[in-house]
Design a binder for this molecule. Structure first.
Ligand code: ATP
Length: 573
């Protein structure tokens, strides 16, 4: 929890003066109410004694002053505090995003999509209450407790002490008692909310499969169960909250009665005027106004701390070195003695990898599924860091290379490329924001998508829907390739670029890539051995190691493993 407090206080620190002003406004609102009730009580009592109207004028003005003043201060308080809360939220989302960005994909590893969604939307949302109720309300309440107790003590000391004690007991005890059970309920709710989000993201991802199988029924039952559990917990929460509010109301009325009883003897003895009696009683009742909101505020404090803890916990599973700021002397790639595992306890995905790829060379990573080809590509992209050994670019350790240089220099075509639910134009412009339509159509032509796009009534404005579902598998692959071509990097890593393409299309693309990438470094990760005679050098992967390397002809002559792979491919054709 210490991390959570630190996270929250750090977040609020730049706004501290505004926050103090917000708490003062809360106290002023309650003092307005206390003043209104007190002057009304005095006015009614004095009016009952039928004095001259002139004598009542200051009291009537006082009631009017507190009546309109209270409404105005309340309005100002709501406006000010809510706008401040939203400002804090905006800052928090920005800060959180900045924190998340460098952690991809390490972060994705530890969290499901549903959980991440909950962190970004739900948890951040919860934190707005931290400022609104957890900071400003208790501070305002303490000011009210001090103010009204001192005011009452000036008239009748025991009544002032009683008021102070009851207010303090209510301030500490009742909210604490109710919060204990609320915490358990909220904990249950958080768990079911996380699970619900996960189930929904699973449902959305597998919509087609669920529709064609019976798994959907199972998920529907799960959603019903979780929603029911959440509803039950919500009901319990409302009960506990109601109980705390009624307990407080009971205490407020009891205190007002106590103040009345303690003040009455002084009035009867003639030490105090009769109007003091309703005034102090009403002051005592009005002092409890903010306390009613405390059980909820404390609960929100706990929820905010839980949310802050989860947000503060979002950090890489292994420490990330600070971003580099140097430019390499050349674009030659060196990998020296690299070992890497995704989870420390599981086996290594890569073991003792050594290789050198001079700039401009076309190489291929080949091997059975799961042999570590993609993992090495991710290390070259600095998406992950090796556990052992080093990856260098032009002799410079990859960690020291400036981020934007690295991203501009190395282009990556993923096995399952990501697309946004927006137009073809916007999806392409991710690679080059300033690209105009003619340039976009040119790259679409290069990947043979120009005619497909031209046939759509909205052309480049056509939305490709979430994850590019409007496109076929092959079209998605080609659109992703178009993005890499538009980026025009010096080093290109193509992970199964011909996957999903028919023979004719892949042949034409092959020829294009050869021309376009003539002076670039190309790393081709592939299961299609027919392309291999055209690359300069091949690295053969097996169980996370490079078991052989060399040009196609050498491997065909010397490596039994490669001969087998080649033979199998020929038989398939
Ligand atoms: N994100 C991940 N988290 C945990 N383990 C992973 C992750 N990605 C890959 N692995 C594991 O690392 C090993 C190497 O996977 P990698 O994707 O590098 O293989 P590959 O040779 O590219 O396979 P394919 O040809 O099927 O794409 C596999 O055992 C795989 O299960």
């Amino acid at each position: 929890m210490r991390d959570a407090w630190q996270f929250l206080l750090q977040m609020l620190k730049p706004m501290r003066y505004r926050i103090i002003l917000g708490a003062l406004l809360v106290a002023l609102t309650v003092f307005g109410n206390v003043g209104l009730l007190a002057t009304s009580g005095v006015l009614l009592t004095r009016a009952a004694l039928k004095p001259e109207l002139l004598l009542l004028m200051p009291l009537i003005t006082g009631v009017r002053f507190f009546g309109t003043g209270r409404a105005a201060v309340r309005y100002a308080e709501r406006l000010y505090n809510h706008s401040l809360a939203f400002r804090i939220l905006t800052g928090l989302r920005e800060a959180l995003y900045k924190r998340l960005e460098p952690l991809v994909p390490d972060l994705i590893q530890g969290y499901s999509e549903g959980q991440l969604y909950n962190r970004l939307i739900g948890d951040v949302e919860v934190l707005k209450y931290f400022y609104l109720r957890v900071v400003s309300l208790p501070v305002g309440t303490i000011l009210v407790i001090l103010g009204t107790s001192i005011f009452t003590s000036l008239y009748v000391l025991p009544a002032g002490i009683l008021l102070a004690c009851d207010l303090l007991v209510s301030f500490c005890l009742i909210p604490l008692l109710s919060v204990r059970s609320q915490i358990k309920i909220d904990h249950k709710r958080r768990q079911s909310r996380d699970e619900l989000s996960n189930t929904f993201t699973d449902i959305f991802h597998g919509l087609f499969e669920w529709q064609t199988s019976d798994f959907g029924d199972h998920l529907e039952d799960r959603v019903n169960q979780l929603s029911h559990a959440d509803l039950q917990a919500q009901r319990q929460g409302v009960w506990v909250e109601r109980l705390a509010i009624h307990g407080l109301a009971f205490l407020a009325h009891g205190t007002a009665l106590g103040v009345l009883v303690l003040t009455a003897p002084a009035v009867r003895a003639g030490d105090l005027s009769i109007w003091v009696l309703p005034m102090l009683t009403l002051v005592a009742m009005a002092s409890f106004e903010t306390l009613n909101q405390l059980p909820q505020a404390l609960r929100e404090c706990w929820m905010s701390l839980e949310a802050a803890k989860e947000l503060a916990d979002i950090r890489p599973s292994r420490p990330l070195p600070p971003a580099g700021d140097q430019l390499p002397a050349s674009l030659d790639i060196q990998v020296e003695g690299v070992g890497f595992s995704y989870h420390q306890l599981e086996g290594e995905a890569l073991k003792d990898i050594h290789l050198e790829i001079p700039h401009g060379r076309h190489v291929a990573f080949v091997g059975t599924s799961g042999s570590g080809k993609t993992s090495l590509a991710r290390l070259l992209l600095r998406l992950w860091r090796p556990d052992r050994g080093e990856v260098r670019l032009g002799g410079l350790p990859l960690d020291q290379v400036e981020e934007s240089f690295l991203r501009d220099t190395i282009g990556y075509l993923e096995q399952t490329p990501a697309f946004f639910n927006t137009s073809i134009r916007d999806n392409l412009r991710l690679a080059k924001p300033e690209a105009e339509d003619p340039e976009l159509m040119e790259v679409l032509k290069a990947v043979q998508l120009d005619q497909v796009v031209a046939a759509w009534p909205e052309g480049l404005d056509t939305s490709i829907l979430e994850n590019g579902t409007r496109l076929s598998g092959g079209e998605r692959q080609r659109l992703a390739l178009a993005r890499v071509i538009l980026q025009n990097p010096d080093i290109v890593i193509l992970d199964e670029p011909l996957h999903n393409l028919d023979g004719l299309t892949s042949q034409m693309l092959d020829a294009f890539l050869d021309q376009w990438a003539a002076d670039k470094t190309v790393i081709l990760i592939t299961h299609e051995l027919k392309t291999l005679p055209f690359v300069d050098f091949i690295y053969l992967f097996q169980h996370g190691k490079i078991c052989a390397s060399g040009p196609h002809s050498t491997l065909l002559a010397e490596s039994e493993y490669y001969q087998n792979l080649w033979r199998l491919e020929q038989e398939r054709i």
